[in-house]
Design a protein around this ligand. Sequence first.
Ligand SMILES: [Zn+2]
Ligand SMILES: [Zn+2]
Length: 158
Amino acid sequence: MDDITRDDAKQRIHDVGLRATAPRVAVLRLLSTSKKPLSHTEVVEAIGTENWDQATLYRNLLKLVEFGLARIASKVNGVSRYEARGEDDDLHLHPHFSCRICGAVECLPKAKLAGPIDRRWGQSLNTAEMQLIGDCPDCLAAQTKGKDSAPKQRVRKR
Ligand SMILES: [Zn+2]
Ligand SMILES: [Zn+2]
């Protein structure tokens, strides 16, 4: 996702038939510039509540989803994370990696489904979540630090 200007954001919101209110524009711009999907809490933290309260930001987040400008990219442990959908990337479909240790969720834009997807399934995939669950690079590095064995031979203790 690229950085978009205020005017771009307004235009996109107008194009789907919504009024481009200030909080709506702010939320869309934030999602469009973020490199990873954001939860409601992260949106509130990033934008702050000086101008608009949490409920307003949340309502606008849901509006953007309702009108196809954003999508729920991932739902981990009951937390929905949102990301912007561009105009020309209907198949903005990349997996999201969620770390079972630290809980971080990242977009993996370069990891794609291999092989052609026919139109019918293309539509369905557009509504799908691709979720990869594992140990993120940071957590792997932290775990293997100071150990002799290779990471793949590691046995998880309970
Ligand atoms: Zn992690
Ligand atoms: Zn993503």
